[in-house]
Ligand binder design. Sequence first.
Ligand code: HEC
Ligand code: HEC
Ligand code: HEC
Ligand code: HEC
Length: 162
Amino acid sequence: MDKFKLMLSVIALFTLFFLFSLCGLKTEKARCADQPKYVGSEGCKECHADEYRTFKQFNKKAHSFQSITRLKKGLEEAEVKKCFECHTTGYGKEGGFRSEQETPQLQDAGCEVCHGPGSIHAETGDPKDIKGKLTAKDCEACHNAERVNSFKYKPLVYGGAH
Ligand code: HEC
Ligand code: HEC
Ligand code: HEC
Ligand code: HEC
């Protein structure tokens, strides 16, 4: 009889544990689904071959990590990290660039510095899941007042950036 009770409680415990882990999975998944992650420009290539090609060929952003490498000799580590904010994709943001070794796919400033993290859109292909309309505000985090004077980028927002 006691053995039977013991078995029952073990089963009950397992059931509870199972239900808990299911809930955990569900909320985890829901949270992941809500927040798009950075995938890197390669993740856009398959469906946007033209934009990708033009970007890689003509846009300096596509090689912006080289600009750091070129100048980083003699810089402090903290100064180099400052460069990452504008010359890489998503540095300092959740799921963004961390280092050349850990996140090589995000080491240049890619599609997602303008269009935002695109993992959800890259799966659904739904234009609603990505930022399509951009304004000068979307550029100013990097092309800010100090740099704007020597750099007339505003008309380009409306002329299309690629
Ligand atoms: C599985 C295919 C697929 C992938 C991968 C994909 N897209 Fe798209 N994207 C589409 C489709 C389909 C449309 C709607 C038709 C169009 O505008 O070409 C679209 C539209 C867009 C638009 C226009 C949105 C609007 O408001 O009109 C932007 C911007 C965009 N994609 C950016 C990206 C970026 C950045 C990536 C990589 C992070 C990416 N896409 C990856 C399929 C994809
Ligand atoms: C995450 C930072 C960042 C954002 C956001 C950003 N840019 Fe840039 N952009 C750069 C960097 C860095 C360079 C220089 C790359 C290099 O030479 O190393 C650059 C270069 C450029 C250039 C120079 C020409 C070329 O071939 O690339 C243009 C034009 C430009 N950006 C336009 C824009 C526009 C328009 C927006 C907004 C829609 C924008 N950028 C948003 C970082 C950014
Ligand atoms: C606030 C954003 C920002 C930061 C931080 C930043 N850059 Fe840039 N960088 C840009 C933008 C935007 C451009 C495009 C040209 C411009 O506006 O002068 C650029 C252009 C460049 C260029 C190309 C200049 C040319 O004439 O071809 C080099 C090289 C460069 N940056 C190196 C660095 C290095 C090294 C650091 C860190 C010490 C750094 N940048 C930090 C935004 C930034
Ligand atoms: C410098 C910012 C910037 C970057 C980087 C950028 N885009 Fe865009 N993108 C724009 C702007 C601005 C528009 C809107 C153009 C317009 O209104 O004519 C746009 C529009 C689009 C569209 C809508 C259709 C079209 O061509 O007008 C797609 C798709 C797209 N971008 C995909 C990409 C992909 C893929 C990459 C990377 C390979 C990328 N973009 C990189 C700024 C950017």
